[in-house]
Write a protein that binds this ligand. Structure first.
Ligand SMILES: C[S@@+](CC[C@H](N)C(=O)[O-])C[C@H]1O[C@@H](n2cnc3c(N)ncnc32)[C@H](O)[C@@H]1O
Length: 284
């Protein structure tokens, strides 16, 4: 990976302040996770998010909650029914999931990871609240790094290889072109192959051209790209392309979920429009 592209993904980190504030607003996080920047950006974008909801029925926060709660539900199932005791959450940002799951499951080892600056910030936050200990830790990782101490292999080095593992990324993959993210998924599948059972949970926004709000969606993702000084490409056209893509990267079983179809079980209001986000559960 050229050094130029690697360092360029740091521009994505500010978006974690916005989502961190959204999780707090919806009672999924304590106030310690709120930053002044997150609150400010939320206020700044409010006219736009309000307009999208009132004008086009596109509820950005509902969309974020769909992905977050669907991933929570799958993780809960992996722990309670699959006996999983180690979780790695990459691109954790200011997400409260590690804190919530460690409080709920005392047997869990939870490794949060992000780019160095965001990881340092998260470590400080959790440490300041007295929430970090031997089983809940924060590490630096760069999903694009193929060498050095921020590569995936270094992150997985002291996990228990004889136990199942769950790896999560949320709010990450659509910030990268498909070839880059497929490179990451291939390296991830390779690492996960060393565990007796491994599950990868992520969400992605496909290029749903037939969706009734496709034009507004394109406008919205262009805006996210501009706000984060990058781009926000949509990946794959449909269910079959998603499955084929993950299989190409080395995942043997791929399940594609539409959280909008599961709204009541996730505790969300029913969606009036077809779902825009998909949650993927991929196993090696
Ligand atoms: C939109 S935020 C999502 C944060 C959190 N998962 C959530 O849903 O609230 C994207 C996160 O990806 C992280 N990130 C960006 N590039 C990365 C990379 N190359 N390796 C690891 N994390 C990265 C950013 O620092 C940021 O925390």
């Amino acid at each position: 990976m050229p050094e130029r592209s690697r360092s360029s993904s740091a521009h994505i980190s500010p978006s974690a302040h916005y989502t961190g504030y959204v999780w707090y607003r919806h009672q999924l996080a304590e106030s310690a996770f709120v930053t002044a920047f997150g609150r400010f950006v939320h206020k700044l974008l409010w006219p736009l998010t309000w307009g999208a909801r009132a004008g086009f029925g596109l509820d950005i926060e509902a969309l974020l909650l769909q992905r977050h709660l669907q991933i929570d539900a799958l993780l809960t199932e992996a722990i309670e029914q699959g006996g999983v005791r180690q979780v790695v959450e990459i691109a954790c940002g200011l997400s409260p999931r590690g804190r919530r799951f460690c409080a709920r499951y005392p047997q869990l080892r939870y490794l949060e990871a992000d780019l160095p600056a965001m990881a340092a910030r998260k470590r400080l936050l959790l440490h300041g609240e007295g929430w970090l200990d031997g089983r809940h830790q924060v590490r630096a990782v760069d999903i694009l790094a193929e060498r050095g101490n921020q590569r995936l292999g270094a992150l997985f080095a002291d996990l228990e290889r004889s136990e199942p593992v769950v790896v999560i990324t949320e709010g990450l993959v659509n910030y990268f072109p498909l070839t880059l993210i497929e490179g990451f998924w291939s390296r991830l599948a390779n690492e996960l192959g060393e565990f007796p059972a491994a599950t990868y949970l992520t969400e992605l926004y496909p290029d749903l051209r037939e969706h009734p709000r496709y034009r507004q969606l394109r406008w919205g993702v262009d805006l996210i790209g501009r706000l984060t000084r990058g781009s926000y490409p949509l990946h794959y056209r449909n269910h079959d392309e998603i499955v084929a893509g993950f299989r190409r990267c080395g995942f043997a079983q791929v399940q594609v979920l539409d959280p909008s179809a599961d709204a009541s079980r996730l505790g969300l209001a029913p969606s009036r429009l077809p779902g825009l986000v998909r949650v993927i559960q991929a196993r090696t």
